[in-house]
Design a protein around this ligand. Structure first.
Ligand code: ADP
Length: 665
């Protein structure tokens, strides 16, 4: 409230030029409507004028442009006619009557002379009417008004052009004349805030590979001496947020060669031919700076495979751009000393011609980081944060399977925000865990209206998942279970996704059983079938389908994969017969049924335990692995891990020097 007393400066409406223009418009309008109305002469015709001349009331007549006649009356005439209703509203000064002479000047003068003689015959004493001819001369204002529409059209056109060309590349030198210029950003390696390899965690192989490319440029003689050709380009490929752009920036920071950076979308413009001309210009610039590196981010914007749906869209422009890029990279023109780096996360849709040897002949995979790399990425992003001393980076890395570098950067920032919201002096582990939960699951929705039954069925559902997963050794280890609604989910079982490179049938079966455990325990313990399991069912079905149709894991279908890694197959026709389709359906069903049987068996056995876990969940909302262990005992993952550890220790001693022999690579 206190603020309200002195906030008057905030309340004052800001002066707006719109008001100024509105006022000017109103004045002009008012003047033209009312101002001139009083001054307008009475509209007349020749007969009226003749009558006036015959009466001797006319002093002079002015004729503009041969036909616009303005009649000026004598003072006497004005007085006499004041009561005549035909002359109502007649102006006292200036012309009193106006009419059109029809353009015949000679005839008009004769007729006036006639009228004057009639007046003389009638004994009217009057001066002869003076007739003056004038031509309207245009003032500069008139010319301006004539030009106004043109000025307006040109203005709008210019504005349009400017806004169209501004989108591309930003930077200086916009305007229509420069539309065909590529506005690549040239990196200045002396910049203070430059990115170096220190800022890029993990990605060791990619770094080595990319530095080798820089080396090609810097010491090209060494390679040429042996007759080797310098590669023309390298493609950084990987999921979004894994640090492709960052890596390229780091190259710019580390390499001692000029670095031109541009985004694929910068080539795209509304005008035809602009993209190709920009590509040409980019390489022109690059050749002048050679040896140098050109980096094209998001190359899929122009590098998409050509001619796939040419019939549907006029994508000629993009194809021209791509063709130009292809020629620039490996055409007749040489571009010695220019290496092109490009980044994309859709390598599957790129044109094959782009990736053939001689163009982007190297592909550098920038994959999702593994647990060790994630720890290093945390290291990079935690550098500038004020952290609690007890923070365990390795633990955080374990908690974030499947996260890309960008997600981890996001977690760090979110954790800092959460800590700040709670007025903390430093960021604790708990803040990080909350941040991870929030990023994975969405916002907490504690106030979601839920009946006690719904809560219980959610608790039973989650307890079912957790128990089945706890008991199956190929399921991922359960970390915690919660029934706090988040985002679109009512509850969640958090597990530590093991990063396996290879999955076998048993892994898949256990995973499906774990997913089905929720719905089945609801069904068995509460006798309800709810919609809450839709996500589980979807995932289960996908797993089963991929087992049968992609991985050749069903004996009935055989060792066939209908997977199309190129993404080129049209979606309307299936690559198998109706009969096979039927077999696939049957096999999918069989696998899911088997997984469900596996889960059901566990649930039947653990009924009481599931109930106890559900009670715990309802009471505490979130339970952790320790709580689960107190109810269910050691998890089968834990037991099998211990078994493996014991076995390997034993095995190592048993096998003795087996590792000394020749190794398979
Ligand atoms: P993309 O692969 O989509 O080009 P970026 O390079 O733009 O991803 O990465 C986005 C952000 O993610 C970077 O600015 C950086 O903060 C973070 N990041 C990604 N990978 C790493 C990494 N390996 N090390 C450190 N930070 C990373």
């Amino acid at each position: 409230m206190a603020n309200n007393t002195n906030n008057s400066p905030m309340m004052r409406p800001r002066f707006n030029f719109m008001w100024f223009w509105a006022a000017v418009a109103i004045i002009i309008l008012g003047y033209s409507l009312f101002g001139e109305a009083e001054q307008r002469p009475v509209d007349g015709d020749w007969n009226l004028t003749r009558e006036l001349v015959e009466k001797g009331y006319v002093e002079r007549i002015r004729i503009m442009d041969r036909d616009q006649a303005s009649v000026y009356l004598t003072q006497e005439g004005i007085e006499k006619l004041a009561s005549d209703e035909r002359f109502e509203g007649m102006p006292q000064t200036g012309a009193q009557v106006q009419f059109n002479t029809g353009g015949d000047v000679k005839n008009f003068e004769d007729k006036i002379a006639q009228a004057e003689s009639v007046a003389a015959q009638n004994g009217v004493e009057a001066e002869p009417v003076s007739i003056k001819y004038e031509k309207t001369t245009k003032g500069w204002v008139d010319y301006l008004i004539d030009l106004l529409p043109w000025l307006l059209i040109i203005g709008v056109w210019l504005l349009f052009m400017r806004s169209m060309t501004r989108g591309a590349g930003g930077g200086a030198g916009g305007g229509i004349m420069n539309v065909g210029k590529a506005r690549a950003q040239v990196f200045d390696k002396d910049k203070k805030q430059r990115v170096t390899f220190k800022d890029v965690a993990g990605l060791e192989e990619a770094k080595v590979e990319i530095m080798e490319i820089v080396d090609f440029l810097k010491k090209s003689d060494k390679y040429k001496a042996l007759g080797a050709k310098i590669p023309k380009g390298a493609l950084l490929v990987g999921p979004p947020g894994t640090g492709k752009t960052l890596l390229a920036k780091a190259v710019a920071g580390e390499a001692d060669v000029p670095f031109l950076s541009i985004s694929g979308s910068d080539f795209v413009e509304m005008f035809v031919g602009v993209g190709a001309s920009r590509v040409r210009d980019l390489f022109e610039q690059a050749k002048q700076k050679a040896p140098c590196i050109v980096f094209i981010d998001e190359i899929d914007a122009i590098g998409r495979a050509r001619g796939k749906n040419a019939g549907f869209s006029g994508n000629d422009e993009r194809e021209n751009t791509l063709n130009q890029l292809l020629t620039e990279m490996d055409g007749f023109q040489t571009n010695a000393g220019v290496i092109v780096l490009a980044a994309t996360n859709r390598v599957d849709i790129l044109d094959k011609a782009l990736m053939r040897a001689g163009r982007f002949d190297r592909q550098i995979e920038v994959g999702l980081p593994d647990v060790k790399e994630r720890e290093q990425i945390f290291g990079v992003h935690l550098r500038n944060l004020k952290l609690d001393e007890k923070l365990d980076r390795a633990f955080l890395a374990k908690q974030t399977p499947g996260f890309a570098g960008a997600d981890i950067a996001n977690v760090c920032n979110e954790a800092a925000l959460i800590a700040a919201r709670h007025d903390k002096k430093s960021i604790s582990q708990e803040d990080f865990l909350n941040a991870i939960d929030r990023i994975v699951g969405g916002l907490e929705r504690r106030n979601m209206p839920m009946t006690p039954t719904e809560r219980r069925s959610t608790a039973i559902h989650e307890a079912g998942h957790a128990t089945v997963m706890w008991r199956l050794k190929h399921c991922d280890p359960v970390l915690k279970v919660t029934i706090i609604p988040r985002g679109r989910s009512l509850g969640a079982t958090w597990y530590l996704a093991e990063e396996r490179v290879n999955m076998n049938v048993e892994h898949f079966m256990h995973k499906m059983a774990g997913l089905l455990g929720g719905r089945l325990s609801e069904q068995k313990l509460m006798d309800v079938v709810s919609t809450g399991a839709v996500n589980d069912l979807e995932r289960t079905s996908k797993i089963a389908y991929s087992m049968v149709a992609y991985y050749g894991m069903s004996p009935a279908v055989g060792q066939i994969s209908y997977y199309d890694s190129t993404g080129q197959r049209d979606t309307f026709t299936k690559p198998f017969s109706e009969q096979t389709a039927l077999t696939i359906d049957r096999e999918v069903r069989r696998l899911i049924d088997e997984a469900a049987a596996l889960a059901s068996e566990i649930i039947d056995r653990e009924r009481d335990n599931i109930e106890r876990l559900a009670d715990m969940l309802i009471e505490k909302e979130t339970i952790f692995a320790e709580d689960m262990e107190s109810v269910l005992g050691k998890s089968s993952q834990q037991t099998s891990k211990e078994e493996i550890e014991n076995a390997t220790v034993k095995g190592a001693t048993d096998r003795g020097d087996a590792t000394d022999g020749p190794q398979e690579e």
